[in-house]
Design a protein around this ligand. Structure first.
Ligand code: GDD
Ligand code: MN
Length: 369
């Protein structure tokens, strides 16, 4: 094949602490040079283990290799988005750089993209011909369940896809770019978001992808990432009307209702104090619990630590105590002027409190608009 016939493909490799894996993955990808014209774009979040410096020195010697180094840890989905926005190729392929995604799958994926009239090809771990060796059985079950939920929440034309959470996919950039730009990067699952936003407008197919165990190091998947996924699905099921953070804040608030009821009950039954004595303790405990959970999940990119964590708690308690008056005011006004139904009146009060708490604590506690 002459050079002019080869497609320029940008391979996006997101990295966070992959110093032990990145060199060998780049070496295997370079073997594809006789099939495609390559650009290898590593998007590193300033990994403390020196991944960025390793890639920088490779990029001096190898013209195909480019490094995008970002300030601090901004997350996988935003790394993928940034790589795709910078890609020089007409085609791009995204894959993990820890050795779990086999470079051998790249050729089949790209050829399927090039030869079919597809816009996006997903490497599926749940394809009938694929194998999953790199997930614990618990995580495999979790992933399979997440896929089932995800499928239900996506456009029908995507319902044949078996792995909408995959980190391995290839796309035609001219067709996909408007949707790539719109991906909300707070989710971990870039592909799921891309499918949700494109609403059936991309012509998608899949190829089998064997998922291997990690070569070195550990997965960065954690509880916050599961939480993001849950929020993504709810966000999509509610027609993407509410900000993602508001949904998270609302769920945490709901957990606080249970905390309050339980603490109140425990104090009365086991502590032997009466309702009026127990209530303020239960309310403050619930508010503090909301605060801590929001700090680790909803606002984790603005997470407060040390003395700031304590100051934040005080601010949060003040912010949350103001609308109690508003709650009572709105509920009684609603009761008098709009509806005589007591439940509706209280819900109206709670809604106003929710909006206040969300807006005010975003602004004053975690300093985000
Ligand atoms: N730049 C950047 N920033 N890269 C990151 C970050 C981050 O904050 N977090 C993870 N990565 C990189 C890792 O260095 C690795 O190359 C790749 O993203 C995947 O991260 P892992 O931590 O190895 O993810 P995993 O193996 O647990 O999850 C795999 O399966 C998921 C679905 O179950 C990945 O394939 C995911 O992409 C996939 O969604
Ligand atoms: Mn991995």
């Amino acid at each position: 094949m002459s050079d002019e016939d080869k497609e320029l493909v940008s391979i996006i490799l997101p990295t966070y602490n992959e110093a032990e894996n990145i060199v060998s993955i780049i070496e295997s990808l370079l073997k594809l040079k006789d099939q495609f014209e390559l650009e290898i774009l590593v998007v590193d979040d300033d990994s403390p283990d020196g991944t960025g410096d390793l890639v920088k020195s490779l990029s001096r010697k190898i013209p195909e290799v480019r490094l995008i180094r970002r300030m601090g840890r901004a997350g996988l989905a935003s790394a993928i988005k940034e790589g795709l926005l910078d890609a020089a190729g007409d085609l791009a392929l995204v894959m993990d750089s820890d050795g779990q995604h086999d470079p051998a799958a790249v050729t089949l994926t790209l050829n399927t993209l090039i030869k079919g009239s597809f816009d996006l090809i997903v490497g599926s771990r749940f394809h009938a011909e694929a194998e999953i060796k790199g997930l614990s059985s618990r995580r495999e079950q979790g992933s399979s369940l997440a896929n089932a939920i995800a499928r239900y929440s996506l456009n029908k034309s995507y319902s044949r896809l078996t792995d909408t959470m995959s980190g391995f996919f290839a796309l035609r950039l001219d067709r996909a770019m408007p949707f790539v730009r719109a991906v909300d990067v707070n989710g971990f699952k870039f592909l799921y978001e891309l499918l949700a936003i494109s609403k059936g407008n991309l012509n998608v197919s899949e190829v089998p992808l064997t998922f291997k165990p990690r070569t070195h190091g550990n997965s960065k998947l954690d509880i916050a990432i599961f939480w993001d996924f849950l929020i993504s699905v709810l966000h999509n099921l509610t027609f993407r009307l509410l900000p993602r953070r508001a949904i998270s804040f609302g769920l945490v608030g709901t957990s606080g209702v249970f905390v309050q009821l339980v603490v109140n009950q425990v104090l009365m039954v086991i502590g032997g104090i009466n309702f009026e004595q127990a209530l303020p303790i239960a309310v403050i405990t619930a508010a503090s619990s909301n605060y801590m959970i929001n700090n680790t999940l909803t606002f984790r990119f603005q997470r407060l630590k040390g003395t700031a964590l304590f100051k934040g708690l005080l601010k949060f308690l003040i912010v949350a105590s103001l609308p109690v008056l508003a709650n009572v005011g709105v509920a009684s006004a609603f009761h008098r002027f709009v509806s005589t139904d007591l439940i509706t009146a209280q819900l109206a009060g709670i809604l106003v409190v929710f909006i206040w708490n969300y807006a005010a604590s975003s602004r004053f506690v975690w300093n985000t608009p």
